[in-house]
Write a protein that binds this ligand. Structure first.
Ligand SMILES: [Zn+2]
Length: 108
């Protein structure tokens, strides 16, 4: 592999680590607010209008940013801590991926 394609692969792995971490952080936030049983059962809904959320309203960080931190229907505020938990998860995932990539580089 060339240096450029190796760097692109490592960057992709770190982005994937960040995305995985954001999803894990999002799930951790749901477990925190609804408990394990609530997180595994039932669809996510708006706490303001109780409308079931579509998949595109549940993309970690991106949905919050695109909707301005509010429900699309009733404009109720989405708790900022949901965003913080997702971003912390993304950062943690990126750090873990960076660590794994570093191990591969050092071993290679
Ligand atoms: Zn709503």
């Amino acid at each position: 592999m060339t240096g450029a394609s190796t760097a692109a692969l490592f960057a992709l792995l770190i982005v994937m680590g960040a995305l995985t971490g954001a999803v894990a952080g999002s799930f951790a936030g749901v477990v925190r607010s609804r408990g394990w049983r609530g997180a595994l059962r039932g669809r996510s809904h708006c706490l303001g209008c109780h409308r079931t959320l579509h998949w595109y309203e549940l993309v970690p960080v991106a949905s919050y940013a695109l909707q301005g931190g509010r429900c699309r229907a009733c404009r109720a505020e989405i708790g900022r801590e949901a965003l913080v938990v997702e971003m912390v998860g993304a950062a943690a995932g990126a750090v873990v991926a960076l660590g794994l990539v570093s191990l591969v580089v050092l071993a290679g």
